[in-house]
Design a protein around this ligand. Sequence first.
Ligand SMILES: *[C@@H]1O[C@H](CO)[C@@H](O)[C@H](O)[C@H]1NC(C)=O
Ligand SMILES: *[C@@H]1O[C@H](CO)[C@@H](O)[C@H](O)[C@H]1NC(C)=O
Length: 742
Amino acid sequence: MGDQGVVLLQVTVIWVVLAAMAAPAAAQSKPGCPDRCGNVSIPYPFGTREGCYLNEEFLITCDNSTSPPKAFLTNSNINVTNINFDGELHVLSLMARNCYYPNGTEQPNSTTASFSLSIFSISDTLNKFFAVGCDTYALLQGYQGGDLYTTGCMSICSSEKQVQDGSCSGAGCCQVSFPEGLDDTTLTLSSYFNHTKVHDFNPCSYAFIAEESAFNFSSKNLTNLQDMEKLPRVVDWSIGNETCQVAKTNPSSYACKENSTCSEPSGRSGYLCKCFDGYHGNPYLDGCQDIDECENSSLNKCVEKARCKNIPGNYTCSCRKGYHGDGREDGDGCNPNMLQVIQIALGVSIGLISLLMGSSWLYWGLKKRKFIKLKKKFFEQNGGLMLRQQLSSQEGSNETVKIFSAEELEKATDKYAENKIIGQGGYGTVYKGTLTNGRIVAIKKSKMVDKSQIEQFINEVLVLSQINHRNVVKLLGCCLETEVPLLVYEFITNGTLFDYIHKGKKISTSSWEVRLRIATETAEVLSYLHSAASTPIIHRDVKSTNILLDDNYTAKVSDFGASRLVPLDQTQLSTMVQGTLGYLDPEYLLTSQLTEKSDVYSFGVVLVELLTAKKALSFDKPEEERSLAMYFLSSLKDDRLFQVLDERIVNEENIEQLKETANLAKKCLKLKGDERPTMKEVAMKLERMRMVEMHPWTDPEENEYLLGESSHTVDNGCSIGSTNTAYDSLKGHIMLPVKDGR
Ligand SMILES: *[C@@H]1O[C@H](CO)[C@@H](O)[C@H](O)[C@H]1NC(C)=O
Ligand SMILES: *[C@@H]1O[C@H](CO)[C@@H](O)[C@H](O)[C@H]1NC(C)=O
């Protein structure tokens, strides 16, 4: 903290010093010429003798009879105290003074002040004409061009009380500005009563031209304004009387050398030379040289971790290896690259690990105990406690979920051998495994240990433990002792519905029947999840890859990682949007409001997949065909249904049924969730269609009703107009024999 303060202070001091150094010219005179006179440095074009100055106007006469020696402009009595490259010459002011005896006679030491410059002029912006006295009027006369110019001011006061310190406005002190380019000035003083009335406190009048900021009037000055050499005055200097443009046409006399620019000061003729930014030196002598900003850290703004590189007129900062950023104090500095951090972290951890391993040789027993502890830790970290608690608190769950040990599953999968992988996705990897009792299982291994995913895992276990349905993949148990949690399911032999549709496995002519059955079973599961299960469940990720098929092509819905248990008193849930593109409910995507109708939409897409054998999202297709749902809807609208249907399933008998199914899918794909049918209605509709197919002799009234239903659209989804009880009784009648028949 203290060190930082010191550094800061140092930097500030250096900057201040530099700023101060920038104004006065560096003392650079011609070789062999003195570069200073006393305390005054004398840069070229000024010089103290012939051959040292540009021309006689720049002669500085050095009087070394005094100590320190004094510098005078040319051969005049104008005492120069400072010369800078901004075109300013600081000289000491000459003062006019008139003093009186008490009886009013003038003292002999009175002076007027004449000031004559050859080509330079008194700065009208920095100087003012002042007069001090209580019975005083003062005149400033000079020549502007060839014309005589006069101005002046008057200062009257009758007692010292009228005089105010710091105020120069007519009582004891007056001041006045004068125009630019004034030369050959003479200051004269007069008095009305020869100071007879004010003599006891003000015997003299004074007049002078001085730098405005240098003179601060005080009532004491009415008696003590003696020191003539104290007040500075600014004289403007410039080269010649030509403009830059004209001067440049004559290179032999043009004063500005390399790396400098020419500028014209305002209010006077002639020009000045100035080094380019980032250069220093004497622009009138050898030209300007590049400043090496990198030499001194106070000249550049590169941070400590950056390398400074000098370039003409400037510099660059670049971060050292392993860091990135612009490297500047006033920018984003240098920040360590992530890779570097990781490398360091890796190095450190590798070091630590080897240390650990070394010591573990000695403390093998201890390590073993540690390992057991670690397993316990993972178990806890993976929510084992939470799960155990949740499972034990669950009532009425018929299936008990077994908790497997890590060794058991490692053995079952040949230590997670690659040839045991049967599926891979964003969630993780699925392995085929054989338990010691010979049972074949699918083991799902999560990808990362991330808190949200662990929650999803626990979620899936909880959801599945609540479901007991023949069309839902059965969860046998889980293992939480490994770093990533593992889920164990019954093994489903025939792959996914996606593979069945798109990879053309075992497609037969009767495949529409199979597809319709799969659709019905899936719809039933979803309907069950939405309404029949003890707590409603929204699957959230209905898609053909999540529908598995067993030997008999019976649908088994899987992957409940994203599913949500919806408390009975809530019909809507606000959640982070989750799901699979192509199947995702657009309304849910927009509002984040999760309802059962989101599953209806996704199911609609699956239905279309079954009808068309096209993928839900195909990026290799033209834009209008990319989203299957959109493409299907527009085809229906243009009455092109039969162009998009999978030709392998179309035959004369099922045309009506396909139309109906397409119509049902259309309703499921309604943009507004409210307009979509419920899963129950969808399941009923599909079941009825199957019934007609399998039992063509079924009640003609029912049949007529179904056909009528398909020919006129009912806005309110696939409403069949029947109540749940009607459906349930129907289910009881028809479904059971169908199941037995398979
Ligand atoms: C004073 O200046 C003269 C010529 O300019 C020089 O010869 C002399 O040595 C100087 N004296 C001192 C003390 O610098
Ligand atoms: C004016 O008076 C003040 C106060 O005594 C003094 O400091 C200052 O030097 C005087 N000014 C001049 C130019 O003598």
